[in-house]
Design a protein around this ligand. Structure first.
Ligand code: ARG
Length: 712
């Protein structure tokens, strides 16, 4: 009887704190203290020290930031790396031509010498992170005592420690990162490898199966992975590309489990989540949503034209594949976010939270003095900035996308960089500028850019609420014939084609080109929008710092985690489905049956490759079928707390073995960057068995298994 009462008490407590187990993008150095017991109780068999240690190799040594915006992980001791297909997408697109279309057809390097170097791609390892919050506080105290400018002293302290630690770690990059809106500071040490080669990927019809229609949604059957290899100098240290470089030997690589997963199984994800807004005011969130709305409308106009062009010609599809995917990804996310905000009442909930916080603040005069004004200070600055920010978002998503602006920018960057090295040699600086601009023409179609340019200039002129003119050569574009202006611009500029680019022979040619003038006018407009925002942005960051400190004090005793900021985090939870709406239950996994059900040979997003159909028909699944039903499971769900930047992150079981890759969030919880929704929020993962099936059975690259460490 007594036991029964305890059991019910435990159950009701669990219901009262449903989110506690799984919300959170936790910092690695505080894992032991904040999460050690919880992850053990949830089933994790690794100690926090085996997950993250700075004294010996640990799981964290296998996880990298991939290409600056995604996550990847080492899956062999010979530098083999796996990440999402959508993370490798721009690299694969960049290497593709209509003759060698790796994006459409997929690719597997059957020998090491067929691995293709990717210029500009890098992979970064976290070496160490050290809490320096107390040092910062003591610098502030000293500044106070001596009557010095505290911020200036803190800034020079940062420069000093970065220099000191860099000197001790010559192959590393060292930086100070603020957390909790500048209440906590860590010194981060990273090591970056820049000789990264493309090993292989499935065709887009698998790697991007479902396309934009299925993006951000469940049920899903996307085989979202690609593989690369990290190369190093003979000493295993970072080295720029050389045919003599050798595969990098990581301090740790992940073991791969083919056992599959069941609901309730422990699952954790390590990776580099980008940005969340879990410590912002309702006014900031409302403003963010207004800006997203503007961006959505502008992108709709541009994407509609782009898609027409892509559907008209496979060569144009290849050129614009990456531009379209990255525009459409944010565009769909923001629409889902708005729907979720409305449905879940996010703003009213945030307002209620602020009211509760202020009630707590007002109970005590010390708290009142410290935190009482923060929200009002933020609200005031946000309101004062609203017009400039909304106009800035409009410009960035409309006229700033018009063609010659990016090659002009690239030309100038290349030109100036060369001139800095050799100030007297203008001729080679012009050549460098040209080379930099030229690279962009690979993914350019003049007719399509003209069309998009016209639509975007019109969109801007129809939507701007600015009174000041957009002046070019004394003509106000607001009163000009905008279509005619765009045609005139393309007809006259040297940035019209690779051939016309040769017209630029001197710096004067560059300055007098109509594209330079257009680009300057748009940039100046953008700069003027943000020109007066500096002091208000100081009010906002100070307000957020104080508010965050207050919120933490209010919730004292509860484990907390800072907003995502592209630093490595861990999120833990379990495998499981969800109920998206009344009467509907979603399973926690999908299978190849779903691929065949969705097949539509008339829709580019739902084409199924012949080889996959053949294997499916024969039931030729190798070692990759699930033991329970003999099917190839394609994707699965966990309740891990992730966001953009986590893409490609390893999903690890209780032993730390790789069972999948995180690649998306779900439609019903698109507000997740602001609030974690325990009942709705799921992380969409590709099953590692589907990845290896695609590699070995579809791609014929089974030889790569030899270097992996597979546990059955
Ligand atoms: N929604 C995914 C993310 O932001 C990206 C998926 C890319 N796929 C696509 N169809 N655009 O991580």
């Amino acid at each position: 009887m007594f036991k029964k009462v305890l059991f019910f008490l435990a159950l009701s407590m669990a219901a009262a704190f449903p989110s506690m187990a799984d919300e959170g993008m936790w910092l690695l150095p505080t894992l032991q203290k904040l999460n050690g017991k919880v992850i053990k109780d949830l089933g994790c068999r690794l100690s926090p020290d085996e997950i993250y240690s700075i004294n010996h190799s640990s799981l964290k040594d296998a996880i990298v930031q991939f290409g600056g915006g995604c996550t990847g992980e080492m899956i062999s001791d010979e530098g083999l790396l796996v990440t999402n297909h959508h993370c490798g997408y721009s690299s694969i697109q960049g290497l593709s031509t209509p003759e060698h279309n790796y994006l459409e057809d997929g690719y597997w390097a059957m020998t090491r010498d067929k691995e293709i170097p990717v210029p500009g791609l890098s992979v970064t390892f976290l070496v160490n992170m050290k809490d320096i919050t107390d040092d910062v506080a003591s610098v502030r105290r000293q500044a106070g005592k001596k009557g010095l400018d505290a911020q200036a002293l803190v800034d020079s302290f940062f420069v000093y420690v970065q220099k000191e630690v860099s000197a001790m770690n010559p192959d590393c990059e060292v930086e100070v990162m603020p957390f909790y809106n500048e209440n906590v500071f860590y010194l981060m040490t990273y090591k970056t490898y820049r000789d990264i080669r493309f090993v292989g990927a499935p065709p887009a019809s698998m790697g991007k199966f479902g396309g934009e229609t299925d993006n951000w949604m469940w049920p899903r059957q996307t085989c979202d992975f690609s593989m690369f290899r990290v190369y190093a100098g003979a000493d295993n240290k970072p080295a720029s590309y050389s045919p003599d470089n050798v595969p990098y030997v990581p301090a740790r690589s992940l073991k791969i489990s083919l056992k599959g997963m069941k609901p309730g199984d422990y699952a954790m994800i390590m990776g580099y989540p980008g940005r969340t807004q879990r410590f912002q005011t309702a006014s900031q969130l409302e403003e963010m949503m207004r800006q997203n709305g503007i961006a959505v409308r502008a992108r709709t106009a541009r994407q509609n034209v782009m898609v027409q062009g892509m559907e008209s010609d496979p060569a144009i599809r290849l050129k614009y594949a990456n531009k379209y995917a990255s525009s459409a990804n944010g565009w769909k996310k923001w629409q889902g976010e708005q729907l979720a905000f409305d449905k879940l009442g996010i703003i009213p909930r945030e307002k209620q939270k602020e009211a509760d916080f202020m009630a707590w603040v007002s109970k005590n005069s010390k708290r009142e003095a410290e935190y009482g004004k923060a929200i009002a200070q933020i609200d005031k600055a946000v309101a004062a900035d609203a017009h400039a920010n909304e106009e800035g978002t409009l410009i960035q998503n409309s006229i700033y996308t018009i063609w010659p602006i990016s090659p002009v920018g690239r030309f100038n960057m290349g030109f100036r960089a060369a001139l800095r090295k050799n100030p007297s040699d203008t001729a080679s600086a012009i050549a460098s500028g040209k080379a930099a601009a030229l690279a962009l023409f690979k993914d350019y179609d003049e007719a399509l850019e003209r069309k998009m340019g016209k639509v975007m200039l019109r969109f801007y002129l129809d939507n701007t609420t600015e009174d000041s003119p957009l002046l070019i050569d004394g003509v106000d574009l607001r009163t000009a014939d905008s279509d005619k202006y765009i045609d005139g611009l393309f007809d006259a500029t040297a940035f019209r084609s690779p051939e016309t680019l040769d017209k630029i022979k001197t710096q004067k040619d560059l300055l007098n080109d109509p594209a330079t003038k257009f680009s300057n006018a748009v940039s100046n407009k953008l700069i003027s929008m943000y020109a007066n925002a500096a002091s208000r942005s100081k009010d906002i960051s100070e307000g957020n710092r104080i508010l965050t400190k207050g919120l933490l004090e209010w919730q004292k005793g509860k484990a907390s985690y800072p907003d995502a900021n592209f630093t490595m985090r861990l999120t833990y939870g379990t495998v499981g489905g969800y109920s998206p709406k009344d009467g509907v239950e979603y399973k926690y996994y999908t299978t190849l049956d779903g691929v065949m059900e969705k097949e539509d040979s008339t829709n580019y997003e739902f084409i199924v490759p012949a080889r996959l159909k053949e294997l499916y028909a024969k039931g030729d699944f190798g070692q990759y079928a699930d033991a329970s039903d003999g099917k190839v499971h394609t994707c699965f769900l966990t309740n891990n707390d992730i966001t953009g930047g986590n893409s490609g992150s390893p999903v690890l079981d209780a032993e730390g073995n790789l069972i999948g890759l995180a690649f998306d969030g779900n439609w019903e919880s698109m507000s997740s960057d602001v609030c974690f929704e325990p009942n709705l929020q799921r992380c969409i993962c590709v099953d590692i068995r589907y990845v290896l099936f695609a590699m070995e059975k579809v791609g014929g690259a089974g030889y790569l298994l030899d270097e992996m460490n597979i546990v059955k």
